[in-house]
Design a protein around this ligand. Sequence first.
Ligand code: ARG
Length: 459
Amino acid sequence: KSNAMWGGRFAAGPDAIMEAINASIDFDKRLASQDIAGSRAHASMLAKQGILTDTDAEAIREGLLTVLSEIERGEFVFSTALEDIHMNVESRLKDIIGEAAGRLHTARSRNDQVATDFKLWTRDQYDAAISGLDALIRALIVQAEKGADWVMPGFTHLQTAQPVTWGHHMMAYVEMFGRDMSRFKDARVRMNESPLGSAALAGTGFPIDRHMTAEALGFDRPTANSLDAVADRDFALEFLSCASICAMHLSRFAEELVIWSSAQFRFVALSDRFSTGSSIMPQKKNPDAAELIRAKIGRIFGANVALMTVMKGLPLAYSKDMQEDKEQVFDAADNLMLALAAMTGMVSDMTANVDNLRAAAASGFSTATDLADWLVREAGLPFRDAHHVTGALVAMAEKKGVDLPDLSLEEMKSVHEAITESVYDVLTVENSVASRTSYGGTAPAQVRAQITRWKEVLG
Ligand code: ARG
């Protein structure tokens, strides 16, 4: 059996198991269009530099377009014996244009080729994540604007803490997803350097123009060190890190939607379009999209850890270990984009149950802090004493099975004689949220100011 690729050096072909462990074509075929774009740019540069004749370069560039259209039409036959997308494309090019195909690989190695292809692919995913986040943020802002003054309970320890506004809660996620977006943007700037022309690891003696190929492929500049360029997967790791943090935010929100849509909370109704039924319990409407977002996040974290682990022990420069980078990033990117789109759909479609939100906000002594603040402001108590007095009033209300505003003035006075009728003004949830006007606070006016700022940021 001869060797399909290395016939010069090898007398025998690989064992079937060797072929199975070695081949990446099953997944790296996703890099086909990037591979062809990179090769076309490389061929043009070789011709401009006089390394290839214009005739050969033209044949290569045209032939590569034919290969691309075969792949796009689903007619291309991928071969495991040819290992990966790079060899598959080059081999097919040879079928189409003949001997000139063999000149394409001048001044290039699969090491800089795969780094270039994978960077181009990953760069598109940075852009997809940025636009997916943009859509999600816009959907959250629509919700925030609708309910800038709807009152709901704010929680700590998932125990009722203080009343907040729906708009404030939505805008909290806008801040998180906004940071995610800026992380993807920052990392995209850092990664946008072209490895092409680094060759196997040491660069090349051919008079290539790396600036030309960098520009043709939309990179800002060529990488500055050929060893680093072929050994670096930071661009993939940064994508996975940014994706992991974003995924963590998605998962927290998904968890809240699962809780909020439960019969015990009834804070929101998810739309039919983003829920499913039960095959046995006719009454059920399950928040499956939220649950799957929460679950899929594990794959993204896993990909991040997996690739960090692949890379951590590798001496410079390229090792075949690095072939394991792609599936992790492919899977993480696919699931991130799906989760972002599903979250955007759920957020756009969900309906807040304004009455339930308010009722929940008013229960659980949520305005106890307002009462303590009143004692500080109106009765001159030190905050610690006010805290103690309020605690006693909460205990009294709890014993009677009522909420704070249900206590009579006499009952209040029995705990502290300085309390007057005007205390009741601060015990309503509306007044509570309206009073929290500190910058970034939950008061509707503050929330609206943040909505305005974000609309300007997004344009
Ligand atoms: N399929 C390989 C990868 O994904 C391409 C680079 C192969 N280079 C090499 N020296 N064997 O990493």
